[in-house]
Write a protein that binds this ligand. Structure first.
Ligand code: TXA
Ligand code: MG
Length: 338
């Protein structure tokens, strides 16, 4: 990545254009957060409902008070501990944040990514004083991109999108989202689990984040069905994987498998991921995309361990599988035996 490419991308953003850029979590599709027309073009490109808020990405050292109002001390402590890094804070928005960014809500999501290309781009854009609104660079509901090629696969035909290539995203799943906008009444609310866990947050602010209740703000990353490949996804416990694959093979079903236990299978394609949560998260979306490119009619995923370290991964897998409920049972139903 040349400095000139960064400067060109920053100029493109300043002119109201779209730039897809790498972050340590996933690739984002960015526009000037203070240009409502540019933000609207993100929604159009993604096919995303425009009442969903987008995260504003800031350069290291950016002025929090320019973007947010009534900032609690806890927010500053978390910024000091985890920025740049994969933590998004939801705060009361400053009056000049456009509705297009906040989805009409009275809050704004802020994050300072740690990927060197993202930091360089944000520092070059408006001299480091601007904000780049960026959802993940995928069509609405799809698996988030963790490489520049994934972004091109999503928006290949769209000449209006420049893509900065910063290699594979290190973390691999989207940032942890913590809502501090109603701290006094609701406490810190964990809207989306991620690489930075609740215990790490609690260690900094002295209060354990709680799960969202029904009054929590809308977040598309918290829709029941999201992050989903085109093929249906079914989660199967490790000890049942072999038997399930055998039964599906007997029924002539083409199945791809994502696993972490050493398994010898009858899947038409399989992809092994590391047995640690960070390594697994890093490879998960590329694995889902790779299995989605095979002839498989179903992607079987060996259920990961259920402990807290796997919260982010299990959250994404549950949403990826949500729209596929019942498909495995249908495939295994007796009368489908050929
Ligand atoms: O890791 C990430 O967060 C990536 C990279 C590109 O930074 N971005 C990302 O953006 O995942 P997106 O739009 O795909 O997901 C952001 C989530 C959405 O669920 C959105 O609704 C929520 O953040 N969000 C943004 N602003 C919010 C707000 N003010 N209140 C509640 N939720 C908000
Ligand atoms: Mg997304």
């Amino acid at each position: 990545m040349t400095q000139q490419a960064i400067l060109d991308a920053a100029a493109r953003l300043a002119a109201g254009g779209l730039v897809a850029f790498p972050t340590e979590t996933v690739y984002g599709l960015g526009a000037d957060a203070e240009n409502p027309a540019a933000v609207a073009s993100i929604y159009a490109a993604k096919g995303r409902p425009n009442d969903h808020p987008v995260i504003v990405h800031l350069a290291p050292g950016a002025d929090l008070d320019y973007w947010a109002a009534d900032i609690p001390e806890e927010a500053r402590q978390l910024v000091a501990a985890f920025w740049p890094g994969p933590l998004t804070l939801i705060l009361k928005r400053h009056a000049h944040i456009p509705d297009a960014v906040s989805g009409g809500q009275d809050t704004v999501g802020l994050r300072c990514p740690s990927h060197p290309v993202a930091m360089a781009l944000l520092s070059a854009f408006k001299g480091g004083q601007g904000g780049v609104a960026a959802p993940s660079a995928n069509k609405f509901g799809n698996v988030s991109p963790t490489t520049a090629q994934h972004v091109r696969d999503e928006f290949g035909g769209d000449a209006g999108i420049a893509v900065l290539d910063g290699g594979a995203s290190q973390v691999g799943i989207e940032s942890t989202i913590l809502d501090l906008s109603r701290l006094a009444t609701h406490g810190p609310v964990l809207l989306r689990p991620g690489h930075i866990g609740a215990a790490q947050i609690a260690a900094v602010i002295g209060a354990m984040p709680v799960a969202p209740d029904q009054t929590a703000p809308r977040a598309s990353g918290t829709l029941e069905s999201h992050y989903a490949p085109k093929a249906p996804v079914a989660l199967v416990p490790g000890e049942q994987v072999q038997g399930t694959l055998n039964a599906l093979a007997e029924r002539g079903r083409k199945v791809a498998l994502i696993h972490y236990s050493p398994l010898l299978t009858r899947a038409c394609a399989q992809h092994a991921l590391p047995e640690d949560p960070a390594g697994y998260a890093h490879g998960l979306y590329a694995a889902l995309r790779a299995m989605d490119r095979t002839e498989a009619e179903l992607i079987l995923v060996e259920t990961p361990p259920q402990d807290d370290n796997w919260l982010g991964v299990n959250d994404r897998l549950r949403r990826a599988a949500h729209g596929s409920t019942g498909i495995l049972q249908d495939f295994l139903a007796k009368d489908s035996l050929q």
